[in-house]
Design a protein around this ligand. Structure first.
Ligand SMILES: Cc1cc2nc3c(=O)[nH]c(=O)nc-3n(C[C@H](O)[C@H](O)[C@H](O)COP(=O)(O)OP(=O)(O)OC[C@H]3O[C@@H](n4cnc5c(N)ncnc54)[C@H](O)[C@@H]3O)c2cc1C
Length: 285
């Protein structure tokens, strides 16, 4: 385990934003995560765990403590079950299922980020969310250590779980899929990839910035508030999709947060709807 000092966080995020972490480590296994946690605990130091950096916004000032980035390759197929370490990219998980001729997660083709990020945030697209296929997970929680839990542990709802509110780390996850037909699985994955290219606006983003309010869409509301394409410094609300907030090159976290505040305030003023942020802002300390 190699702990780096003063490591810029920006390169590890889809936003390319984030100042230096005092300490930074990449953990490839549950053992390495535990080792990193012990290192931080021995120094009474705060820690922050992340994966693909595709749903968060690090502070321009970075992080005063240890940032642990999960990055792993391990995927195992056992009958209709696929188990992946938390740091595995979703693309690798989807590919492993395709190769094993297992159906159920073709819809996640093109979903950025890691298995741990997806399990924590109940990620989903094209009608399939993590909660629909998760069978069990290995998690670490303060005081309780490492243990295996069922999906009910996460108390899932739309783009959220209890790990969005309390400290805990997903170390691995097992998904229960079903036998499928190879050509159908591959065809579905191609169709999903095409659909993503058509629908997803270009540019550096974290996907949807706000959660969709019940029965409506955040993009529709922000557009109706007159903010589609709005520019603030180097940040911009996408001219194609008003719930995609872009870094046009050199934007700061402060600019994106200001843009988000503006959208939230206007939508509330004009339509009485309070938008809830999907993207996680990670303050300096
Ligand atoms: C272009 C684009 C398109 C997107 N499309 C979609 C979409 O269709 N559907 C969708 O749901 N999302 C979408 N997203 C958002 C994002 O990809 C997902 O939320 C993804 O699951 C985040 O995973 P990550 O590993 O990048 O998480 P990170 O950004 O690294 O982390 C996000 C949060 O999860 C926590 N976390 C990460 N790993 C762990 C872990 N192992 N244990 C505990 N906590 C952890 C972090 O602390 C942070 O709070 C999109 C993003 C982009 C950039």
């Amino acid at each position: 385990m190699k702990i780096l000092e003063n490591q810029l966080l920006a390169p590890f995020t889809t936003y390319q934003i984030g100042g230096p972490a005092d300490y930074f480590v990449e953990a490839a296994s549950a053992e390495e995560v535990t080792e990193a946690l012990e290192w931080a605990a021995a120094r009474d130091m705060p820690f922050y765990v992340f994966g693909g950096g595709s749903n968060l916004l690090f502070d321009d000032a970075g992080f005063r403590g240890l940032v642990i980035r999960l990055r792993a390759e391990g995927v195992e197929v056992d009958g209709e079950r696929v188990t992946a370490e938390a740091g595995v990219m979703m693309a690798r998980l989807v590919k492993a299922a395709e190769e094993a001729e297992l159906t159920g997660i073709e819809e996640w083709n093109g979903l950025p980020g890691t298995v741990g990020g997806a399990v924590t945030g109940n990620a989903g697209c094209f009608g399939v969310e993590v909660k629909d296929v998760l069978e069990s997970a290995t998690v670490w929680s303060p005081g309780e250590g490492v243990r295996s839990v069922g999906p009910e542990f996460f108390e899932y709802h739309y783009r959220s779980s209890r790990l969005k509110k309390e400290t805990g780390i997903v170390l691995a996850a097992t998904f229960k899929l079903a036998r499928g037909e190879a050509t159908e699985i591959t065809a579905k994955m191609r169709e999903i990839a095409r659909s993503r290219i058509q629908k997803q606006p270009p540019g550096s983003s974290t996907g949807s910035f706000f959660k969709n309010p019940e029965g409506d869409s955040a993009g529709r509301l922000i557009e109706a508030a007159g903010l589609k394409g709005h520019v603030l410094g180097k940040a911009q609300i996408s001219p194609q999709h008003a719930n995609f907030f872009l870094n046009r090159g050199g934007a700061t976290a402060a600019e994106l947060l200001e843009l988000a505040d503006l959208a939230q305030a206007e939508v509330q003023k004009q339509f009485g709807v309070v938008l809830e942020q999907e993207v996680v802002f990670v303050p300096e300390e």
